[in-house]
Ligand binder design. Structure first.
Ligand SMILES: [Zn+2]
Length: 403
């Protein structure tokens, strides 16, 4: 196991520079959010979560509750975007339409953000981020109809849809993810400069990349064979992405589950075929934050990463069973590190193996060196905006499981 250099110190990680791939999993305490900067400087944001779960069972907002999660995320992202482009993101991608990924409206704590300038939506999560930073293209799983597997109408989705409508009316670009393709999310700043870098739409809406070219296959049964109460869930429809840079691979897949009602409905295991389509990776974000219905044995075995990244914000992130599986060397024998953005003390009471995680609080920053053959992982303090370096893991050689 790699020994981290313990902090805290006053240093932070070097700013992104051309040729590096940088992946920053933010620790806002309120849901999923990641900033990814491609070797040419193209920027990707995956989700801007704002969960309104009550404090008893979820982590505190970070750095604190004085700003909304989307505001904190916008400020973090702006100070780490490449110099000269700090007010603009090329791609903002919503993995699926839940509040801890796009921004909740209503919910348990009842807090509601301010209205947008035109009054048509509330500033939360993605709409909040878009208030602060210009977005080149918004990509989700359901644009433009938002009717699969059935019309999506709850307050959180309605708010997001109103934001999308306002954006379209204002001439903004919005698209549905193209599964299998690598050209939809292609680098934009200097597209020809780094041919070893790509972003593939790996899965969405039960369609998964077939493993070659742009070919895909469908995993869900025809909806007309199912009663509406057995339709695929929103989590099952999550989009997944595979980032590649030379030998380096990174997987992120929203809240894809594997639970099959104890074998009664095998088609509901979506994450296994998606993980197999990805193949071994170097860094994998846990599906569904490490919750009980996700990160099954075949997910662990197929991806076999050197580093698991958990986007934690709830007392079940990760659960005992999931953590045991992540650490199980019978699933794959090599070393691995489990890092979680935010963890609740309450989780430790029942899940003592959490001490085996390399980090339980802080932004997780993966820096992939030019060419992609090596990377390191850094943990940054999330209690303020100084971004102090707390720990470093690595360097790692990319592509371990594919050699
Ligand atoms: Zn989630």
């Amino acid at each position: 196991m790699t020994e981290p250099a313990e902090g805290p110190t006053k240093q932070t990680v070097p700013a992104w520079s051309r040729g590096w791939l940088e992946i920053r999993q933010l620790a806002t305490g309120r849901g999923n959010c990641a900033l990814i900067i491609a070797p040419d400087g193209t920027s990707y944001v995956v989700d801007v979560g704002e969960s309104h779960r009550e404090a008893r069972s979820s982590t505190a907002p970070k750095p604190d509750g004085s700003r909304r999660p989307g505001e904190w995320a916008a400020r973090y992202i702006a100070r780490h975007l490449p110099e000269g482009g700090r007010d603009r993101i090329d791609y903002l991608i919503a993995t699926h339409l839940h509040g801890d990924h796009i921004g909740e409206v209503g919910g348990e704590n009842g807090v509601t953000g301010p209205a947008s300038a035109d009054g048509s939506y509330v500033l939360t999560g993605i709409p909040d981020l878009a208030q602060h930073l210009e977005i080149g293209m918004l990509v989700d799983r359901a644009f433009p109809s938002y009717d699969y597997p059935q019309s999506l109408e709850d307050p959180t989705v309605s708010n997001y849809r109103n934001f999308v409508q306002a954006r379209v009316h204002g001439g903004g670009s919005v698209a549905r993810i193209e599964v299998g393709a690598t050209d939809q999310l292609a680098p934009r700043t200097d597209p020809q400069a780094f041919p070893g870098f790509s972003v593939r739409g790996l899965a969405a809406n039960g369609v998964v990349w077939a493993g070659s070219g742009n070919h895909t296959r469908s995993l869900f049964p025809d909806l007309d064979q199912l009663p509406p109460d057995q339709y695929p869930t929103e989590n099952m429809c999550s989009l997944a992405l595979l980032f590649s840079y030379g030998a380096f691979r990174f997987y992120t897949g929203g809240d894809l589950p594997f639970a099959t009602a104890d074998g009664a409905e095998s088609w509901r295991d979506i994450e296994t075929p998606v993980a197999r389509a990805a193949g071994p990776v170097d860094v994998a974000v846990l599906n569904h934050h490490g919750y009980v219905d996700a990160d099954g044995p075949e997910f662990v075995r197929a991806l076999r990463p050197q580093v698991f990244v958990g986007s934690g914000w709830d007392s079940c992130h990760p659960t005992i069973e999931v953590l045991a599986r992540l650490l199980d060397r019978r699933l794959y024998p090599q070393d691995r590190e489990v890092l979680v953005t935010n963890m609740m003390e309450e989780n430790r009471i029942v899940n003592r193996r959490l001490d085996e995680c390399g980090s339980d609080e802080g932004h997780i920053v993966i820096r992939v060196a030019p060419g992609g053959s090596t990377f390191e992982v850094n943990i940054l303090d999330n209690s303020d905006e100084e971004d102090r370096l707390l720990k470093t893991f690595g360097p790692y050689q990319s592509g371990r499981a594919r050699r």
